[in-house]
Design a binder for this molecule. Structure first.
Ligand code: ADP
Length: 649
């Protein structure tokens, strides 16, 4: 389950602290308005970059939708007046008299057609823009996730930002732009109708606008509360996606089925949703009820204004078409004010949410090269890696996992790193490969701080197999080639890697190297056994032609024979390289040029098998404890040593 969120400092919804004194208020308002427009700018730039043509169309439709209603109202007025003018009259030439009406009818039809057509085309454009923008944002998120440090994934607030950013990747940015354009077209229409109403009375538009203010205040208030609610309950939403994710996770589904955990997780999901929804429902219902009460006020005001329009038409000998124009203008302005309020409130709320995405995009990597001109490590040369007084605590944790570690590794040396579970072996590998930087001390590559090398270049020097190595739903060939995607694909290298990794089972597969793996995407995809995946991962590591080879307990799931085979290959192929083999089993240690025993975050012992056995310390005890298990295996190990030695000499 994701860890609990750390407490936050109280800030206003958009991260600006509330003013403590009255004289700070103008600055607070200025900052908020500035923040609002800066967020709008970011959204507009995202939409522009992902769908420029769609945005141009949307702008054009916005203008058209602004002017069309008032044009329609005038056509209706003229039509009504023309019809009313003919009522009860004797027509000498009916066709001539009807011509203006016919013309107005055609105009009305054209107006109606264009209004509908523009509406339809606009929805098509918005749907297209939505897809493009959300795809663009998803790519931005993936690119960001690729760039950030692995340590970011240890922080719950990073997950919160990631979850928020992912959620915003949907239709929200386009929704905001759409709402902004709707506001623009509504303003155009509203201003035109206000001008119409002005002819009736300068107060009429004012009264309509004032009557809409309470509803506007309510909308802003609830948008803000809604935003706060969703943000405060990010943990619950992450819990929901965690439980629903568990149920559809291929790797976990076996255990969930066998342990009968399905109902438990569904129940947990429902409980969290119930809690989350209860608060949200309360907010939604409260806003609905308040808005109904407020709308009573605006209905009364509108009723009074309609009565005034009727009075005006009757007592100022206006025509029936004018009644239609004025009353239509009144109704429209009322509607526009509502649209303006809801749209601007939605834009406001939307920009607050977009802030989450912007926050995610601001996540910066810290594992970077410290020099403008990165140091160069000579490929194929003899290398040394030295830990000098390295200490490390995971970000957000006070516990020092590695304490004051000092040791040196060199090319041509095969080192085994042993220690109990949780001793810090994998952490050491993560520091060595610069997935993390030490909290204290330095790691040197060929005498220079590893931070002075380009991070990607440095990573390229490592061929590594982690305990939880990747099993990609791609072809066998791609699974191997992923070991080195920076060079041209080479069939000869792939074949050699298959041989080196002892993955010759590939030849017996129905599609050979082109056999797709896993059933995730392919009907004929093959599910490999643990041992086969293991061999593929070895082949991938060997395909890389790396300077340093690291095996981080990938043998944990293998039987002793298979494990021995992995050791044998690794030892043979790592000849001349800097090789590190991490294991809590000691079967391979007897062969190593050097053994590092890690415990309680320190290097407890450093030496060869014989030296450490003679010392009768930690290694001796560890080895003796495993001796019973390896008692019969020792012959195997000895035999295995002989095989390797004879093969590597
Ligand atoms: P080993 O590989 O020797 O089994 P690890 O290096 O995986 O041990 O872990 C060493 C210690 O660091 C353990 O106590 C573990 O709980 C802790 N640890 C590992 N990963 C993290 C992490 N991402 N955040 C915080 N603590 C971690």
């Amino acid at each position: 389950m994701p860890p609990l969120m750390p407490p936050r400092r109280p800030t206003w919804s958009d991260g600006i602290e509330k003013p403590k004194r009255l004289r700070d208020v103008p600055r607070f308002v200025y900052l908020r308005i500035k923040g609002f427009f800066s967020r709008l700018g970011t959204i507009a730039s995202i939409v522009w970059r992902s769908a420029p043509i769609c945005l141009c169309f949307m702008l054009f439709f916005c203008l058209a939708e602004g002017f069309l209603p008032v044009i329609g109202a005038y056509i209706s007025r003229d039509l009504l007046n023309a019809i009313a003018g003919m009522l009860g009259k004797e027509l000498a030439a009916p066709m001539d008299a009807l011509r203006p009406i016919l013309f107005l009818l055609i105009l009305q039809m054209l107006h109606s057609f264009f209004s509908k057509a523009i509406g339809r085309v606009n929805s098509v454009v918005i749907a297209l823009a939505g897809e493009k923008v959300s795809n663009h944002i998803r790519i931005m998120i993936i690119e960001k996730a690729k760039e950030v440090d692995i340590s970011s994934f240890d922080r719950p607030e990073f997950y919160e930002k990631l979850e928020n950013a992912n959620r915003e990747a949907g239709m929200r940015p386009v929704g905001i732009i759409q709402a902004i354009l709707r506001v623009a077209s509504t303003v155009i229409s509203a201003v035109s109708f206000i001008a119409v109403l002005f002819a009736l009375s300068p107060f009429a538009p004012l009264v309509v606008i004032v009557a809409a203010i309470p509803s506007a205040i309510l909308s802003y208030y609830y948008r803000q509360r809604n935003f706060h609610y969703i943000r405060r309950h990010s943990k619950e939403r992450r819990e929901m996606s965690y439980y629903s994710g568990l149920m559809v996770n291929k790797d976990q589904v076996k255990e969930i089925k066998l342990l009968g955990l399905g109902d438990t997780f569904v129940a947990k999901y429902k409980t969290v949703f119930g809690k989350y929804f209860a608060g949200l429902r309360h907010l939604i219902v409260k806003e609905g009820v308040s808005q109904i009460l407020v709308s009573l006020l605006s209905t009364l005001v509108h009723g009074a204004l309609f009565a005034y329009v009727a009075y005006h038409v009757v007592y100022h000998s206006a025509q029936i078409g004018d009644y239609s124009l004025y009353s239509g203008a009144l109704t429209s302005i009322g509607g526009y004010v509502t649209t303006l309020v809801t749209s601007t409130a939605a834009i406001y709320e939307g920009t607050l949410f977009i802030d989450n995405m912007i926050a995610f995009m601001k996540e910066e990597p810290h594992v970077v090269c410290t020099l403008q001109e990165p140091a160069q490590a000579e490929r194929g040369a003899v290398h040394t890696i030295e830990f000098q007084n390295v200490s490390f605590a995971y970000p957000g944790s006070d516990r020092t996992v590695l304490k004051d570690l000092s040791f040196k590794l060199s090319s041509g040396e095969r080192t085994v790193l042993v220690g109990l579970n949780g001793a810090g072996k994998t952490t050491l590998v993560k520091l060595l490969t610069r997935l993390y930087d030490p909290t204290e001390g330095v790691i040197l590559l060929d005498g220079r701080d590893v931070r002075e090398y380009d991070v990607e270049e440095y990573h390229r020097m490592f061929g590594i197999i982690f305990q939880d190595f990747g099993k990609y739903a791609e072809t066998v060939e791609e699974n191997i080639r992923y070991g080195d995607v920076h060079t041209e694909k080479s069939d000869a290298r792939i074949d050699k890697a298959i041989e080196d990794g002892d993955a010759t089972f590939v030849e017996t597969l129905p599609g050979g190297k082109q056999t797709p793996l896993t059933r995730m995407f392919y009907e004929d995809g093959l599910e490999l056994s643990g041992g086969m995946w293991q061999k593929l991962s070895l082949a991938r590591a060997f395909y890389r032609e790396a300077e340093f080879l690291i095996l981080d307990e990938p043998t944990a799931a293998l039987d002793p024979l298979a494990e021995e085979e992995v050791f044998r290959r690794f030892y043979k192929l790592s000849e001349g390289k800097l090789a590190l083999f991490v294991s809590h089993r000691l079967s391979g240690a007897t062969l190593a040029d050097r053994i590092l025993v890690v415990g309680e975050g320190r290097v407890l012992e450093n030496g060869t098998h014989l030296e450490l056995m003679e010392r009768k310390g930690h290694y001796y005890r560890l080895f003796s404890t495993q001796a019973i298990r390896y008692a019969e295996g020792m012959d195997g190990v000895r035999g295995f040593s002989e095989t390797v030695e004879s093969e590597t000499v």
